[in-house]
Design a protein around this ligand. Structure first.
Ligand SMILES: [Mg+2]
Length: 229
């Protein structure tokens, strides 16, 4: 059996900009942070939990408490929910994504899982509002771990349990960030980049075997052929 492991923001949902805006607002509201560098590629671990911890530690010399982490998760969720209520066009799927996921799900040799550097509640909200059938697939998130590699490994573990397999023959990770490509290479996964323009070169250099702007022209059969599955 093969596993397709999906990042969410920018990979399945076109939500990266609104996500950044609400995340920064939540950091300012909960921790009073003044300056937040939103070039995520400079952070050693690009997950909501790791970025929050690092920024708070840098600015006040002390990590956030468990209760503060819960507070920012809840506030961030509320900000995103309000933003999506006011402008539903801020939560759209990457073109062709829901259809592609549904077609993968009909293939008995392909398992599906989600590995997001975001928190679970906000990740599920984005999947739900952008039209993905997501509830029954395994997911690992920034609630579970700090690093992307740990989150990916946990998502794979959960998928193994859910699909009752001891190992997947091939794991294909789908992502839009340079950090997604790096984690995939580190973990020995194959990698599909979702990107356009300048970002395609970055992802290619980082190890992407296939780069697509969206899922409109992709079928499971083409994926099998491309990866020799
Ligand atoms: Mg992403």
């Amino acid at each position: 059996m093969q596993l397709c492991l999906f990042d969410i923001d920018g990979t399945l949902t076109a939500t990266s900009d609104i996500d950044t805006a609400c995340f920064v607002q939540a950091l300012k509201d909960v921790f009073g942070l003044q300056e937040v560098n939103t070039d995520w590629s400079i952070y050693p671990d690009v997950t909501d939990s790791a970025v929050t911890t690092r920024l708070v530690e840098m600015q006040r010399g002390q990590a956030p408490t468990e209760s503060e982490m819960r507070q920012i998760r809840e506030h961030f969720y509320a900000l995103l929910q309000t933003a999506f209520e006011h402008s539903p066009e801020q939560c759209l799927p990457i073109a062709g994504g829901p259809r592609f996921l549904n077609s993968l799900a009909r293939d008995p040799q392909i398992a599906i899982a989600f590995a997001t550097g975001g928190w679970e509640q906000t990740a599920r909200l984005k999947l739900e509002l952008s039209g993905y059938d997501h509830g029954h697939y395994p997911l690992a998130s920034a609630n579970d771990a700090f690093t992307r590699t740990a989150i990916c490994s946990l998502a794979v573990e959960r998928a193994q349990q859910q699909y009752a397999v001891t190992d997947f023959e091939t794991i294909i990770a789908f992502g839009d960030g340079i950090w997604d490509a790096r984690a995939a290479v580190e973990l020995g996964y194959r990698f599909v980049g979702i990107a356009q323009g300048e970002k395609t070169n970055l992802l290619q250099t980082a190890g992407a075997e296939l780069i697509l702007p969206n899922y409109e022209a992709l079928t499971p059969a083409q994926l099998r052929e491309r990866f020799g599955l």
